[in-house]
Design a protein around this ligand. Structure first.
Ligand code: PXL
Length: 268
């Protein structure tokens, strides 16, 4: 199993590639990386972070890979720094995804109903066009709203389903509770989640990486979501106990053993 993770390197803060690599490797995948930018920290709550755009290097990396004949079973894209990087990811899909490979897009745009720094509506539109090429998209509730203009989850899922066959809204909170809401074979499904109050930075990236790990191991979408949700819950519960400054990401490392066991139990 060979996977390509396209995401940034935030040197501290445990998100993007620094969680994709260990989680996907733990799931048994050979994980190659296409770094989109190099930051001293992620942009969520830190001031004065450094940001090096890697767009020019990405083109060169891709050209070299083409000469090696690299192909991937799954491509997972996350944080992209510019609209031209979104076009580049589409190009990578054409060049490097195996014929029956899986393309997973986490349309990283924002949280708490606002855009992350540097993103705007034009960027969201471009991200929507990337979602249209994906097998699975994993927006959080803010991203679902930014992509569709709908706060109601059924209405949002309907619109997301017109873009991509398998949308999953992660962490959908309304008066009925907290849940994963997704379309499966055109049916709207709800997987209730236990909620731990507070904001946990990097949880979306941990979720997306584990989900890709499950799909790579042949789990069905429903099993993958259930195993991933359980892993994230345990990581968040541990973080609530152990992590004082939530900007530094989830304490997921000691929950990886449970993730691997759950994957093998579900892939029997
Ligand atoms: O976790 C999403 C994410 C990824 N990468 C960078 C970010 C964020 C969210 O703030 O700033 C650089």
């Amino acid at each position: 199993m060979r996977v390509l993770a396209i995401n940034d390197i935030s040197c501290t803060g445990k998100c993007s590639l620094t969680v994709a690599l260990p989680i996907l490797s733990a799931c048994g995948a050979a994980c190659d990386i296409m770094p989109t930018a190099l930051l001293s920290t992620h942009t969520g709550g830190f001031e004065g972070y450094t940001f090096l755009d890697l767009s020019q290097e990405m083109q060169k990396i891709a050209d070299h890979w083409e000469s090696l004949g690299l192909k991937f079973d799954l491509i997972y894209s996350g944080y992209l720094g510019s609209r031209s990087q979104i076009q580049f990811v589409k190009d990578c899909k054409k060049r490097f995804l195996k014929e029956k490979g899986v393309f997973v897009v986490d349309p990283v745009l924002g949280d708490h109903f606002t855009f992350y720094k540097g993103f705007d509506q034009a960027f969201a539109q471009e991200m929507k066009s990337l979602c249209a090429e994906a097998d699975y998209i994993l927006p959080n509730e803010t991203e679902s709203f930014l992509l569709t203009g709908e706060r109601n989850f059924s209405a949002a899922l309907k619109k997301l389903g017109e873009i991509c066959p398998c949308p999953v809204i992660t962490g959908a909170q309304d008066e009925t509770g907290y849940a994963l809401r997704y379309l499966h074979e055109n049916r709207e499904c709800v997987l209730p989640l236990k909620k731990i109050e507070g904001a946990f930075h990097g949880a979306g990236d941990v979720f997306a990486s584990a989900f890709c790990g499950c799909i790579l191991n042949g789990l069905s979408m429903e099993a993958a979501l259930s195993v991933t949700a359980d892993f994230c819950y345990r990581a968040i519960a541990r973080s609530e106990r152990e992590v004082k400054d939530r900007r530094f990401g989830l304490a997921y490392e000691r929950e990886l053993g449970g993730l691997i066991s759950a994957i093998s139990n579900n892939s029997l």
